[in-house]
Design a protein around this ligand. Structure first.
Ligand SMILES: Cc1cc2nc3c(=O)[nH]c(=O)nc-3n(C[C@H](O)[C@H](O)[C@H](O)COP(=O)(O)OP(=O)(O)OC[C@H]3O[C@@H](n4cnc5c(N)ncnc54)[C@H](O)[C@@H]3O)c2cc1C
Length: 490
């Protein structure tokens, strides 16, 4: 086992995901000597699985599409969609510059999906198209940033170390002066910097930590992010006395499928999820809870409405029910980003028994699901009546294509999922981490999901308001740290 000193740098960035990459790139471009550390073997963090949708107003791309928009309008919508619960100061700090982030990505050759700027219906929709994504989803962001980083590494401005897990801070004279951790061979690693930036992402893959922040009754939520999100930066900073929010907000992501091989985790989002947004697929099925009862109009256009309805169900789970006729008539229920869930693949999945349960009667189906048989039979009867009448008195659903009456019957269980951390480190406008009294911890900064998404989205999801603040504030922090270089304070 070895002990390695990686040296002294102007800026040590822990985490080479969305926020860390942008911080490192801007700090080095501004002249700082940067060390970028990641516990994994590659850059990109959550961008490997994320949709990578980002938002910004007043962009060149909007102008080219004749869309009139301003940061002020974007900010007003962030506050509206977050029910006034986003942190006004930090939300404005990022939103005012997000358009410039979009233009910057464009200058780096970012490969925009031709449909952008667009409206996205997976979360409450903005009133104007100001969301962008790449042809390779989150990977497109990595594609745009990688050449910049490689160029800076070649110039010697950035040193990158993979496979190093940072676990602690070096504190000298009351200020954070470096980090310590474990290297690829299990040996101790130390690095020194005038500024240490925690860009370690969220904690959602760390069940114990995640459940500390979730409201009671939501512990069942599936983990839907990548395994690296273990909250290391949060734990490190908390040990230094950092203040951490504890808002108790949770709004789930819907449509994730429990992974039979990994209890508590969702099937990888890149492989499969259920499309629940009616803007993207006409719903033929019904959704029932453990009592076999419907709980929401399955065609509601409000993601927040259906997400909150699911949170009120026992076990925060739902069973999607359909029959043979729907299997033949509807578009594939299961999707993924690659778009390879063809009708043929969906047909095969019906008989694979991996995620889909099949039965010759509704009673048998209910038995297999652990759902009340009487409840399910009665619910389907009422639903079929609604289809015949063209009117759903129970939930006001207006998409009523065909009844559920032809065996075999099918079901797929979906559980509310968490994919990004709601709570996190408290920071000031310089992104300096604050202690529990609200004073900056000298030398320590944070950016990205380690701040918690509540500061940018309140108790809701707001389009692009995780990836874009990570990039935008990361760039801002990198520039500021480069400007302060040599001043003795990072
Ligand atoms: C399925 C999915 C879809 C999403 N879609 C969107 C979307 O469309 N739009 C949006 O705005 N947000 C989206 N998000 C959220 C968004 O991707 C993340 O919030 C954002 O990318 C986080 O960036 P980050 O830099 O803070 O962290 P990450 O990208 O998670 O990077 C953190 C990095 O730190 C490293 N690290 C962690 N701990 C240590 C340690 N101790 N030592 C060294 N390295 C460490 C990790 O290995 C990782 O590389 C999505 C998330 C998921 C899971």
């Amino acid at each position: 086992m070895t002990t390695e000193n990686l040296g002294r740098f102007d800026v040590v960035v822990v985490g080479a995901g969305t926020g860390g990459l942008c911080t490192a790139i801007e700090a080095a471009t501004g002249g700082a000597r940067v060390l970028l550390i990641d516990k994994q073997q590659e850059i990109g963090g959550m961008l490997h699985i994320a949709n990578g949708e980002f938002s910004g107003a007043g962009t060149r791309r909007q102008a080219a599409h004749g869309i009139s928009d301003t940061p002020e309008e974007h900010f007003a919508e962030v506050m509206r969609l977050s029910h006034g619960k986003a942190d006004e100061r930090l939300a404005w700090q990022t939103v005012r510059a997000q358009g410039r982030t979009v233009d910057w990505l464009e200058s780096q050759g970012f490969e925009f999906d031709p449909a952008t700027p667009g409206l996205v219906h997976g979360h409450e929709v903005y009133s104007v198209p100001r969301t962008y994504w790449g042809v390779r989803a989150g990977l497109s962001v990595i594609d745009a940033l990688r050449p910049l980083l490689d160029g800076l590494v070649e110039q010697g401005a950035v040193t990158v170390r993979f496979g190093v897990r940072i676990e602690g801070a070096v504190v000298e004279d009351g200020r954070v002066a470096g980090v310590t951790g474990t290297g690829p061979d299990g040996g101790e690693v130390t690095a020194y910097g005038d500024a240490v930036v925690l860009a370690t992402g969220g904690y959602d893959a760390n069940l114990e930590l995640r459940n500390r922040f979730l409201p009671p009754g939501c512990e069942n939520a599936l983990i839907a992010c990548l395994d690296h999100a273990t909250g290391d930066g949060l734990v490190l900073a908390e040990e230094l006395g950092a203040g951490i929010s504890g808002d108790g907000y949770f709004i789930p992501v819907m449509g994730l499928i429990p992974d039979p091989g990994r209890p508590g985790f969702a099937v990888d989002y890149r492989e499969a999820f259920v499309e629940v947004a009616p803007a993207y697929r006409t719903p033929y099925e019904i959704w029932v809870n453990r009592d076999g009862e419907r709980f929401v109009a399955e065609d509601t256009t409000s993601p927040e409405h259906r997400e909150r309805a699911l949170l009120r169900q026992p076990g925060i789970e739902m069973h999607i029910i359909w029959d043979q006729a729907i299997a033949a008539a509807a578009e594939p229920l299961i999707r993924n980003g690659a778009g390879d869930w063809t009708p043929e693949r969906m047909r095969d999945e019906h008989s694979r028994g991996r995620w889909i349960v099949a039965a010759d009667s509704l009673e048998e189906l209910a038995g297999k699901l652990g759902v009340s048989p009487g409840g399910l039979v009665e619910t389907v009867r009422r639903y079929n009546e609604a289809v015949a009448a063209g009117h759903d008195p129970d939930h006001g659903r207006t998409t009523l294509p065909i009844p559920i009456s032809q065996a075999p019957y099918y079901a797929l269980t979906s559980v509310a999922a968490s994919l990004l951390s709601r709570d996190g480190l408290r920071v000031n406008g310089e992104l300096a981490v604050l202690d529990r009294e609200g004073d900056p911890i000298p030398g320590l900064y944070a950016v990205g999901e380690v701040l918690g998404n509540n500061v940018f989205a309140g108790d809701n999801y707001v389009g692009g308001m995780s990836v874009t603040p990570a990039m935008t504030l990361g760039r801002e922090l990198g520039r500021a740290l480069a400007a302060r270089r040599g001043s003795g304070r990072g």
